[in-house]
Design a protein around this ligand. Structure first.
Ligand SMILES: Cc1cc2nc3c(=O)[nH]c(=O)nc-3n(C[C@H](O)[C@H](O)[C@H](O)COP(=O)(O)OP(=O)(O)OC[C@H]3O[C@@H](n4cnc5c(N)ncnc54)[C@H](O)[C@@H]3O)c2cc1C
Length: 367
């Protein structure tokens, strides 16, 4: 039986801190954000968890600047704009966001609630869970070199939390995207962002002399390379050198098949993110072709109290569109109320006319 299976009744240890909540939303994509809104209208404050460091899911990660034309009453908006609008819409509703962490496990407790644990050791005890995990948790594409992962979180990283940590180090960056070039600029310019620390050397490696970063960032990068503040090497990582458990150099093979060992203290890899279904498959929920099977009345999964909305779910006639996910959120929010506030009669109210909803939204009621 998988360790994280929700069917298994487990007791929590008494002395660890845990956040108690009515609802946890897994995924801050467009559908997860709208789930927060629908729960908020019913006066349920949600905790939202996402693997990414920002909201928006696919809209933010895969097509932030591309136009979307099929959101009702919005003739056109980009992925970024849609995300910003959803964030503005839920602002009054008091949700709490936990970014840059993957939900690893869900365990049902003896009292019927669920213990949710993340990769950052955040622990939440929730009456209900709304899985809005889309195509999976966005995670960094790793460097495909046998054995290199042994250096992860020591000398190898896929994001930069604290640039000062690389002061006076020889830093090698792999990648051609905005994050890679921005990181190179930041580490070589030292106090540009208000921190006085500067890497000893910064070398960026990419397989060709072209970048997917924005033109402005690319121009700044090329200027610093021309001024010899940065090194740029065209080539592919093909191996690495280590000694006594320390990563010493990355072997880079150039297009004319010459392999050079580039000495380093730290290796930073920015090859974009890809979604991984990951632990969801181990939560004991009924799956069909890697999607969570739900009913179409309240979008409940096979475990009562756990709902699934958006791209992660499947049912007869499912269409993977944002607008369909939005509808599912309404049904799931109402479907969860007998668990969140048993015995309470929940009325459907219009945001146009309900003074109660106006209060919830912090808007003025007009007679
Ligand atoms: C190029 C492109 C264009 C598109 N254009 C349109 C369009 O025009 N109209 C339209 O309706 N749809 C469009 N779509 C589809 C639309 O983007 C998706 O239907 C929508 O993003 C689904 O939203 P979601 O919130 O369900 O999932 P997602 O947007 O995938 O968000 C899921 C979030 O959950 C997080 N997550 C997953 N698992 C975990 C975990 N275990 N722990 C923590 N976090 C987790 C992920 O990191 C992610 O941020 C397009 C898609 C693509 C790729």
């Amino acid at each position: 039986m998988p360790q994280a299976q929700v069917g298994a009744l487990q007791e929590m240890s008494a002395n660890t801190s845990v956040i108690e909540t009515d609802a946890v939303v897994i995924g801050a994509g467009p559908v997860g954000l709208y789930q927060v809104f629908q729960l908020g209208l019913l006066e349920v404050k949600a905790h939202v968890i996402d693997a990414l460091p920002y909201p928006g899911g696919q809209c933010a990660e895969l097509y932030p600047d591309k136009p979307i034309y099929d959101i009702p009453s919005v003739p056109v908006c980009t992925g970024r704009e849609l995300t910003q609008n959803l964030i503005s819409q839920i602002a009054p509703l008091g949700a709490t966001f936990h970014y840059s962490q993957v939900v690893n496990s869900i365990q049902r407790q003896a009292d019927g609630r669920f213990l949710v644990e993340t990769s950052q050791h955040t622990r939440l005890l929730a009456k209900t869970i709304f899985i809005a995990a889309g195509v999976g948790a966005f995670q960094p594409r790793t460097l495909q070199l046998d054995g290199i992962e042994a250096f992860a979180s020591k000398q190898l990283a896929y994001s930069v939390q604290d640039p000062a940590a690389y002061a006076n180090q020889n830093v090698l960056i792999v990648g051609d995207n905005e994050a890679a070039l921005q990181c190179a600029l930041r580490l070589c310019s030292g106090n540009a962002d208000g921190h006085p620390h500067k890497a000893r050397s910064v070398t960026l490696v990419h397989r060709r002399d072209a970048f997917t970063a924005t033109p402005a960032t690319t121009e700044r990068f090329r200027a610093l390379v021309a001024a010899r503040h940065l090194q740029f090497l065209v080539g592919q990582p093909t191996g690495f050198d280590e000694a006594q458990g320390v990563l010493r150099a990355l072997r880079v093979t150039t297009p004319d098949a010459i392999t050079t060992a580039v000495a380093l203290d730290t290796l930073l890899v920015f090859q974009g993110l890809s979604p991984k279904l990951g632990p969801i498959a181990q939560w004991g929920l009924e799956l069909e072709r890697k999607q969570l099977v739900v009913d179409t009345e309240m979008f409940s999964t096979s475990v009562p109290g756990i709902f699934a909305v958006g791209d992660i779910n499947t049912y007869p006639g499912k269409k993977k569109l944002i607008v369909c996910g939005f509808h599912e959120c309404v049904q799931a929010a109402f479907g969860a109320m007998p668990i969140i506030r048993p015995g309470e009669k929940v009325m459907l109210q219009y945001t146009t006319t309900s003074t109660k909803l106006h209060k919830v939204l912090g808007v003025e009621s007009k007679a």
